[in-house]
Design a protein around this ligand. Structure first.
Ligand code: ARG
Length: 605
């Protein structure tokens, strides 16, 4: 992993890479085999096994199956029980209700499976059977502009999805499709030509906390001054417009100034990424400009194949079901009537590159749901042109961040919220919580932990909502120690680590399959068993919120275990070692899960 400093690495030094099927999967297989033995027509039917409060698992697949085959579900269930061969995993099965199976597994089987997981650096989590190549387009801020709260979502979700897919063995190519091209650069560059020292001004940058903020302050100033002239001076406006073709055709003086602006912005972006604790590699920043040279070919191919047609001078693609309020069709515009290319042309060129050159099987776009129509039309166009296999591209559309008033999050003055302001506020908020909890820390330690807690809280709140939903940005709730928050999970982790510190050298985690488990131990252990299955679902469905839900449940079951089962003061040495074993595996699972989400797990809080 790329987090340094974890102390939860394995102690005996041996490396292993054994994927461990979950106990749940193994029980499911046994029931499924028994089902096909009892009823050959039912071969490969899913027994629908899931965790249950009444036993460890419940299988209710017999109900639908009996109905389908016009049989009696209780009879079928009884036959399945009879067909289950003797084994040391399933301790008890009973038919209940209209035809469920209630299944209890043996304590020894639970501990043995977990022991196999614990012996593996990946916690036994299997790789995908058929990994492919995914290109993911995320965190795509715009040059010369501030990053705002919408870029928070794209960055945090994209980063988590990258790590989740990579963890499964998928080859992931990251693309930060930054807005670094277009007509507004004409204005900025022309102004710079006429005021060569504009970007050297340090006046506005003086209060800036780092190089990134200083760069953004200079860009804001450039934007404001050039905008003012652009709006008031027709001659300047004309010169600014003429600058655009100079940029597009690669005039050296124009390009040099464009580079200067882009570099200032990249410095600013990196400052925000550092605060957000997200790694963005320079080679993955492939902005709109990168496709400039392909645009003519894209247009030519679309026109020649008839996928796009000229309409009032513009090159358009029409869709049966995309119409404006007055019923007239709203086309995707690939080339404007003045010959200029837009956002859509660039996205089409990017698809050709990603499928054709990068050989991607899957294209993901982590972009605001408000761009859903754009992507639907772009994907459909690329399919018609034969550039994109059906179903290969998917927008991971996310909802809007709302203020406490339920409206899109704005400052009091009604402006969009700068991402840095929001992050600063989260860290400050977290500092309050950290200060209250730990009295004996230096100010530096407080700030350090506050950053891990505050940024973790913002990420967790963002990821724990299902992606398409809007959510309310509420720091009090996000940084709360109670409830479904990252702080709660970070505390659970830190508390486990403190047990090992207090227990010292003597605190040895050793599994003891011969011991009987208390109910709270079983519940915790069975949740640990589900880690690999959960990660598979999370990756297949691109659903990080299912990972947060899993981890929250794990932390909750851990605290119930902790209240009910003394660890360092356990009755026997074996029981102590076995409980320490559960503690250690819980900590490692929390750490691994949070790591995939991009959230730190400090050793102490
Ligand atoms: N730069 C755009 C914005 O800030 C997002 C770009 C999304 N990606 C894409 N391939 N169109 O809204």
């Amino acid at each position: 992993g790329y987090w340094e400093g974890s102390q939860t690495t394995r102690r005996n030094g041996s490396l292993s890479m054994a994927s461990v099927p979950s106990l749940a999967a193994s029980v499911r297989q046994r029931v499924s085999d028994a089902l096909s033995a009892a009823l050959p027509e039912a071969a490969s039917a899913d027994p629908l096994l899931r965790r249950s409060d009444r036993a460890d698992f419940q299988a209710n697949g017999m109900l639908a199956l009996a109905k389908q085959l016009k049989g009696n579900p209780r009879e079928l269930a009884t036959k399945v029980v009879g067909a289950l061969p003797e084994n040391d995993e399933i301790k008890d099965v009973e038919v209940s209700g209209p035809g469920f199976l209630n299944i209890t597994v043996s304590d020894a089987a639970i501990v043995r499976t977990l022991a196999a997981r614990a012996a593996d650096d990946r916690l036994g989590v299997p790789y995908a059977e058929h990994p492919g190549t995914t290109v993911i387009d995320y965190s795509q801020p715009n040059v010369a502009k501030e990053m705002h709260v919408g870029h928070l979502r794209s960055t945090v979700i994209g980063d988590a999805v990258v790590h989740i897919l990579e963890h499964r063995g998928e080859k992931v190519i990251r693309r930060h499709h930054i807005g670094d091209w277009g007509t507004n650069f004409g204005m900025l560059i022309q102004y710079l030509i006429e005021h060569p020292h504009e970007l050297d001004h340090e006046t506005d940058a003086q209060g800036a906390k780092d190089a990134g903020e200083a760069a953004m302050a200079r860009l804001n100033r450039l934007y404001k001054s050039s905008r003012a002239v652009f709006d008031s001076d027709e001659a300047f406006k004309a010169r600014a417009r003429d600058r655009v073709p100079a940029l597009q055709s690669g005039d050296p003086e124009t390009l040099a100034l464009w580079h200067k602006i882009v570099d200032e912005s990249k410095t600013y972006f990196q400052g925000v990424y550092a605060e957000l604790d997200v790694e963005v590699r320079d080679e993955d920043v492939v902005g709109e400009s990168a496709y400039n040279d392909d645009l003519h070919q894209v247009v030519k191919d679309l026109e020649e194949s008839g996928v796009a047609v000229r309409s009032e001078g513009a090159l358009c693609v029409f869709f049966e079901d995309v119409k404006g309020p007055d019923g007239t069709p709203t086309p995707l515009i690939v080339q404007k009537s003045n010959g200029g290319f837009g956002y859509a042309a660039t996205d089409l060129a990017a698809i050709r590159n990603r499928i054709g050159e990068l050989k991607a099987d899957t294209l993901l776009y982590v972009v605001d749901a408000r761009q859903a129509l754009h992507f639907r039309m772009v994907f459909e166009t690329a399919q018609r042109a034969g550039w994109l296999p059906e179903g290969a591209a998917k927008q991971l559309a996310f909802g809007t961040v709302l203020g406490k008033d339920g409206k899109p999050f704005k400052t009091r003055a009604g402006e969009t919220v700068r991402l840095v302001d929001l992050l600063d506020e989260a860290i400050e908020h977290a500092a309050g919580v950290v200060r209250e909890k730990a009295q004996d820390l230096t100010e530096e330690e407080i700030q350090d932990r506050a950053a891990q807690v505050g940024i973790g809280a913002v990420k967790y709140a963002d990821l724990s909502n299902s992606m398409t939903r809007d959510y309310v940005f509420d720091l009090d709730r996000m940084v709360s120690l109670q409830g479904d928050t990252s702080v709660y999970l970070q505390y659970a982790y830190a508390r486990i680590r403190s047990i090992f510190r207090r227990g010292g050298e003597a605190a040895k985690p050793v599994p003891h399959p011969e011991l009987e488990l208390a109910p709270a131990e079983r519940a915790l252990a069975l949740q640990l068993d589900e880690f690999g299955d959960t990660l598979a679902t999370v990756a297949e469905e691109y659903a990080p919120h299912k990972l947060t839900a899993y981890l929250y449940e794990l932390a909750s079951l851990y605290s119930r275990f902790f209240e009910n089962c003394p660890v360092l003061k356990a009755d026997t040495e074996e029981q102590k070692e076995n409980r320490l074993f559960l503690c250690d595996l819980t900590a490692r699972t929390l750490h691994q899960g949070m790591d995939l989400l991009g959230i730190r797990t400090p050793e102490r809080l």
